[in-house]
Design a protein around this ligand. Structure first.
Ligand SMILES: Nc1ncnc2c1ncn2[C@@H]1O[C@H](COP(=O)(O)OP(=O)(O)OP(=O)(O)O)[C@@H](O)[C@H]1O
Length: 295
């Protein structure tokens, strides 16, 4: 099912970040800033980025288990989340834990237990159904982490490196489960270190770089930076300026360039231009209109 990327209010089954920033501690560096992201129902969305750039932070914000330091999260789909590290030291067996979660999601005990058993079977973990979580191997406990998310048939499934540690059969099973969720109209947002993971399938791919989010492939087929943008027109040397963030550069004439950068980086870009040797002359600075709701 293709997602609907058309502008308009965000439906409750969609989730979106609007000008979101997150930093840890009052004076900590901004891990994310000025981030706008839409995850519409039915969409498979991938987030990429080098280690420590804020992928898990972004996923936790979208999943609703962390709150932004600034900006808004819009929409409240029923969400399930597979964390990078599953807290396996809970006082349950694998089956007991999944049955308990099934009941939390409103299933009667018999149905919860049956579905829990079916998911363990599907991931090749039925043999560990009665094993305490704390005694499971890393891979087996990852299967439980994945099963707990799928058990709830969530409207939004958020997978943070969920394939890591799974054996080949279970990885294939998770691929199929992702396809089933999107076919059923659910959204799936994922991070995985393997660039071949679900290759060719995502409806949109984003990259985190320097606290900003860029579009690798957008829902509307557009690529480039997202979020509020600032356009700076500057004249100076015939060479292109070296800027400290992702940007789009257009040369207007032999001495004049126009660069568009995420608004969150406009101060550092202006500083870079003014401190260059020789300095650039800044002709104009314009803040571009915010993207419409639903984009
Ligand atoms: N709870 C926290 N408290 C303080 N700093 C944190 C916390 N969580 C993440 N960070 C910091 O935020 C930055 C981004 O971390 P995050 O885990 O989101 O990145 P990541 O892209 O998922 O990394 P990786 O690819 O290594 O999993 C890092 O500098 C990290 O140290």
């Amino acid at each position: 099912m293709r997602p609907d990327p058309s502008p308009g209010p965000v439906a409750s089954r969609n989730v979106a970040l609007r000008n979101v920033g997150r930093r840890y501690g009052l004076a900590g560096p901004w891990v994310l800033r000025g981030v706008d992201l839409d995850v519409p129902a039915g969409a498979l969305v991938r987030v990429q980025g080098a280690n420590g750039t804020g992928k898990s932070t972004l996923l936790r914000l979208v999943a609703g288990i962390d709150s932004p330091s600034e900006g808004r999260v819009v929409g409240r789909p029923r969400t399930a989340y597979v964390p990078e590290r599953f807290p396996a030291a809970l006082p349950f067996t694998a089956l007991g834990y999944l049955t308990h979660l099934g009941r939390v999601h409103g299933l009667v005990r018999a149905v919860a237990e049956r579905e829990a058993g079916e998911w363990l079977e599907r991931f090749g973990a039925a043999g560990y159904a009665r094993t305490p979580l704390a005694e499971l191997s890393k891979g087996s406990s990852q299967k439980v982490a994945v099963a707990q998310a799928l058990l709830a048939a969530p409207e939004l499934l958020v997978l943070d490196e969920a394939w890591t540690g799974l054996d080949t059969a279970a990885r294939g099973e998770l691929d199929r489960a992702v396809a089933e969720r999107t076919a059923a109209g659910g959204a799936v947002l994922f991070v995985d270190h393997d660039p071949a993971r679900l290759a060719g399938l995502p409806d949109a791919t984003y990259r985190i770089e320097g606290s900003s989010l860029s579009v690798v492939n957008g829902l509307d087929g557009v690529s480039g930076p997202v979020g509020r943008q600032v356009t700076v027109t500057a004249s100076g040397s015939g060479r292109d300026p070296e800027l400290p963030c992702p940007h789009t550069l257009t040369r207007l004439d032999a001495r004049t360039v126009r660069v568009t950068v995420p608004a969150t980086h406009s101060d550092s870009v202006l500083r870079t231009l003014l401190n260059a040797r020789p300095p650039w002359h800044v002709v104009a600075v314009r803040t571009e209109p915010a993207p419409p709701e639903g984009r």
